[in-house]
Design a protein around this ligand. Sequence first.
Ligand code: MD3
Ligand code: FE
Length: 216
Amino acid sequence: MSGGDLLAGMQARGAETLAEGAVLLRGFAADEAPDLSRALESVLAATPFRHMLTPGGHRMSVAMSNCGRLGWVSDRRGYRYDERDPESHLPWPPMPDAFAALAARAAKAAGFPAFAPDCCLINRYHPGARLALHQDRDERDFAQPIVSVSLGLPATFLFGGLTRSEHPRRLRLEHGDVVVWGGAARLVFHGVAPLAQGEHPLTGSARINLTFRKAA
Ligand code: MD3
Ligand code: FE
């Protein structure tokens, strides 16, 4: 994709380029956050948050669930996408229309008009929860972007380079912020610093992050 296409696809207001391929849309989801939260409640009624194990046997501090045709799972056997919730053995709940529509609209605003995610990984952070620096590389096609939506308490997002040794930049992500990670930014190392205490009117003492992926 050319820079011209990227600019043509952007909204006139609110799009900020963090690095080549990484577009921050501040507050993009703020107005619809209550609708997203309601849809999320019905997903979680079917497939509640759980703390997965890393392949090394550590319990993740971030609680996770999924919706869509595929869900990201981790256990002693490794990381992978699976069509079923390993707890219930049932298919993951379908992606709510409001989720899919938001992800497509954000991707389009960042220059990816054809993004159709098949997975939404739902991450819940309580104070102290963190996500160590990692790359997302369990997906089939790295030409597909990842769209992330932040809800509730703010977090310090860590945003490194293509090697683990590159010192990460810190970026505060707030309620309603959406980031589209495509192009050269798709394989950067990233993580989340331990969440600070707080209260948010929509999510209480939690931060929720939705990451939309085209996994298959
Ligand atoms: C940059 N989640 O679920 S969202 C993850 O806030 C994950 O819960 C974080 O990293 C969270 O894998 C960060 C921002 C994000 C998500 C995916 C990315 C940034 C990314 C993939 C590639 C590059
Ligand atoms: Fe990630």
